[in-house]
Design a protein around this ligand. Structure first.
Ligand code: COA
Length: 336
């Protein structure tokens, strides 16, 4: 367990999600790109991706998800906001202080973390550190991205994959034995392969898909195995694997190699797309809403992203669902 000498840990106790209402279908995308619904579905598992309208900011999505997470946490104070994003609204300042101010939390510590699709796990580790060091008793963690801004409009390799959304959780100090207590966090990076997925300043994203695919499977498998061992579990004990939703073929390959069958994997990329730092909390929000994730489930979170970066952790799923308005009950808006 990620716990201090008194057996205390960072415990997950609030959950929220925000999705733009517009769902772009493969059929719609085919009008702009030289591709097909069949190619995208069979290579990525995606049929729709959520795309924010022009004028919707990263802070807008983050604030919506954070409001829900704070509502499910109850009327307790948080002392810090850690926001993971690759698409901040400005080069400076960071997006977190603006979100904190919009939540009426001006005065708390607020900063961004940049680890691309692994950003949510890096942010969880940072929040757990703030709690362990007694800098904060409770921390709001947001994973948010507007990844649809990064591909070139005519890039058929990246545009079908990436999407927009936000997910948020609250971590608070609590007993390491409590459901929701984060287990040991495994994090890593390898900048020697930084060229596999790059968006240069002022330019569009470039991706070397097949190489990235192999690294994603290798790194999520090894990080998950390591986190499970450090938690004192066995892979057979895992009830739910919640991987970063990079591509359905990647997440299926991770499950297969680990020996975690499809019934024990959470997959929701089909109607959402790859939302980068938002993808794990969005998957948690949807799975808990639809009861694919239930209290007591031994859960592994794992992610991989540009950098390269990767990570994993474990927790026993607590009795937790997003509060208030939940986007997973909404009917998405499609253009015909
Ligand atoms: N529609 C039709 N054809 C496409 C296409 C599209 N949207 N995108 C690529 N192609 C073509 C390529 O041009 C290539 O054609 P060629 O053989 O004539 O050169 C062919 O399909 C195969 O391309 P390849 O890149 O080898 O396909 P793939 O099976 O590896 O699938 C990805 C491509 C991007 C779906 C896959 O590599 C992938 O998902 N990689 C990981 C991406 C990822 O997760 N990134 C985020 C990490 S967090």
């Amino acid at each position: 367990m990620t716990s201090d000498h008194a057996g205390q840990a960072a415990v997950l106790c609030g959950l929220g999600a925000a999705l733009p209402p517009r769902a772009e279908s493969n059929v719609e995308l085919c009008r702009a790109l030289d591709t097909s619904d069949e190619w995208i579905r069979t290579r990525t598992g995606i049929t729709h991706r959520r795309i924010a309208d022009a004028g919707v900011s990263t802070a807008d999505l983050a604030t919506s998800a954070a409001i829900q997470a704070l509502a499910s946490f109850g009327p307790h104070p948080v002392q810090a906001l850690v926001l993971a994003t690759t698409t901040p609204d400005h080069q400076m300042p960071a997006t977190a202080p603006a979100v904190a101010a919009r939540l009426g939390l001006e005065g708390i510590a607020a900063f961004d973390v940049a680890a691309v699709c692994t950003g949510f796990l890096y942010a969880l580790a940072t929040a757990a550190g703030l709690i362990a060091s007694h800098t904060a008793n409770a921390v709001l963690v947001v994973g948010v991205d507007r990844m649809s801004l990064l591909p070139a409009p005519d890039d058929r390799t990246t545009r079908p994959l990436f999407a927009d959304g936000a997910g948020a959780v609250v971590l608070r100090r609590g007993p390491a034995t409590e459901p929701g207590a984060l287990g040991p966090l495994v994090l890593g990076s390898d900048g020697t392969h930084g060229d596999l997925l790059v968006a240069p300043h002022g330019g569009h994203m470039r991706m070397q898909g097949p190489d990235l695919f192999r690294h994603a499977v290798d790194r999520m498998c090894s990080a998950s195995t390591h986190a499970v061992q450090k938690a004192g579990w066995r892979i057979e004990d895992v009830d739910r694997l919640v991987p970063h939703q990079a591509n359905a073929r990647i997440t299926s390959a991770v499950g297969r190699r680990l020996g975690i069958g499809p019934d024990r994997q959470v997959q929701n990329i089909e109607h959402i797309g790859n939302t980068s730092a938002a993808s794990i909390p969005l998957a948690l929000a949807q799975a808990s809403t639809q009861e694919a994730l239930q209290p007591g489930h031994r859960t592994v979170l794992t992610a991989f992203g540009a950098g390269l970066t990767w990570g994993a952790t474990t927790l026993i799923w607590p009795d937790l669902k997003p509060a208030d308005h939940n986007p997973f009950y909404d009917t998405p808006r499609e253009r015909t």
